[in-house]
Write a protein that binds this ligand. Structure first.
Ligand code: SF4
Ligand code: SF4
Length: 448
């Protein structure tokens, strides 16, 4: 069975909501749209206080080449263009809309009719890329890279295949799994559109073997297209990392940054992104809602929801029976790579695949002991790094040293910290060092 070749761990799954069918979350009373929901330049508002908007109205345009427009997920009145705390913990610019009714923009096809690529010979690669760009589609797995940029590789690289990331190896999260079980046909068409846009004849869907029903369903759905293969993968974290997935599926290793998967021929897109591409191209629907898991062992009714973006997380937690008594830690994402939040009023954005509530006892860290040089962190690092060394050198602010030791290759998977018997804050130190070194590299490049 295929998997990636370096490092990896097997954390407890805790997929509490695997078999919980997705339901549409009610409309929020007020929707909050951060202008930075993607990697790249923030979007620029094109509405002002008092403007009326519908579901699917563009409220902010792309702010540069690597950027994406933002669309209202609700109908109502723009009440404020302000700043509010987002998932980063900082106050960032937002557009706030008071919800009134549920009026959609004309032109969005709301029917369930499945559109196929064969039925639309008029679609060209350039047309698909343009539709994806105009609909504001960005990576739905959390990183939020604008999808159209990935479909236009630099002239030095040549795409040979598209790999759909259906791994969902992060504990607790099940939104991608539910999407596969409930919209497999649309995901396959989304992959075919991505293949056409990238001008490649090979497509893969990588799924871990803990999702046998999804493997069986998608294998059945791709039978008619011999260009596509469903690849069952051995269960191992962090297989959902792009570089790990490329290695697992096509046995090619992506070199250190600035290399990206397309440098070895692969374009990787999340399963939710494939669905969003289908909706953008075939249904003329911009990206304004997504599948999100709301989970945690102490929640009364954890579940999977189709959520209009901009909905405050507090309203989703209330749907699951409310915040449990006592102290809790709230995460946007799962326990391995999720971001700890400072407020329950942070809105769901394009990259919010999960809202996870961890109890105080689960979240509390044990006091750090001295490093015992066991090298466990080295053996689990999927990037072949020496985490103990990077962490120590970062703490000592030895920036030349950590740059030379490839700190920028760290994918922040947390495997090192998870496995450390001395409970050392390895990832905290590495994140600090990585952000410093990236700043130094940016400044150096700007000078050049
Ligand atoms: S967080 Fe970074 S250093 Fe630690 S295991 Fe993951 S890739 Fe390696
Ligand atoms: S796992 Fe922890 S104790 Fe072992 S070498 Fe790494 S930092 Fe040191």
């Amino acid at each position: 069975m295929r998997t990636f070749r370096i490092g990896g761990i097997h954390p407890e799954e805790n997929k509490l909501t695997h078999e919980v069918e997705t339901v549409a979350a009610p409309l929020p009373k007020q929707a909050i749209f951060p202008l930075s929901q993607h990697i790249g330049a923030p979007a620029k508002p094109v509405v002002k206080k008092g403007d009326r908007v519908k579901v699917g109205t563009m409220i902010a345009e792309a702010g540069g080449f690597v950027s994406a427009p933002i669309f209202s997920s609700v109908s109502g009145t723009v009440v404020k263009i302000d700043a509010a705390v987002d998932a980063t913990g900082y106050r960032t610019p937002v557009i706030i809309v008071n919800v009134e009714g549920d009026e959609w923009e004309e032109g969005i096809d709301r029917s369930d009719k499945l559109e196929t690529v064969e039925a639309h010979p008029e679609l060209t690669p350039e047309g698909i890329v343009e539709s994806v760009k105009a609909a504001g589609v960005t990576g739905m797995g959390g990183a939020g890279f604008p999808t159209f940029v990935k479909l236009c590789p630099p002239p030095t690289a040549k795409a040979e295949c598209v790999i759909i990331n259906a791994v969902e190896c992060e504990p607790y999260i099940t939104s991608d799994y539910r999407l596969m079980m409930e919209h497999a046909d649309e995901i396959v068409v989304g992959l075919q559109l991505l293949m056409k846009a990238a001008k490649v004849d090979r497509g893969y869907i990588g799924i871990e073997v803990n999702k046998p029903k999804a493997i069986a369903l998608l294998t059945e759905k791709v039978k008619a297209d011999p260009r596509i293969e469903v690849v069952p993968l051995k269960q191992r974290y962090p297989q959902g990392g792009e570089k790990q997935l490329v290695d697992a599926v096509i046995r090619r290793q992506v070199p250190a940054p600035p290399a990206i998967p397309v440098n070895v021929g692969a374009i990787v897109q999340n399963v939710g992104t494939a669905f969003a591409v289908y909706q953008a191209v075939m249904k003329h629907k911009p990206l304004f809602e997504r599948y999100t898991t709301v989970t945690g062992k102490r929640l009364a009714h954890p579940g999977n929801f189709l959520v209009r973006m901009g909905t405050p997380m507090r309203e989703l937690i209330d749907l699951c029976g409310g915040m449990p008594e006592g102290d809790n830690k709230l995460l946007a994402g799962g326990p391995m790579m999720g971001k700890a939040l400072t407020s329950v009023d942070v809105p769901v954005c394009k990259g919010t695949n999960s809202v996870t509530v961890i109890s105080d006892s689960e979240a509390r860290r044990k006091p750090a002991d001295p490093c015992i040089r066991c090298a466990k962190c080295v053996s689990v690092c999927p990037m072949g790094l020496e985490p103990y060394l990077l962490a120590t050198a970062s703490a000592k602010q030895m920036w030349d040293k950590v740059e030379a030791e490839c700190i920028t290759s760290c994918i922040e998977c947390g495997s090192c910290q998870y496995t450390c018997p001395s409970h050392r804050p390895i990832l905290d130190n590495i994140r600090f060092g990585k952000s410093k070194v990236m700043g130094i590299i940016r400044a150096r490049n700007a000078k050049k």
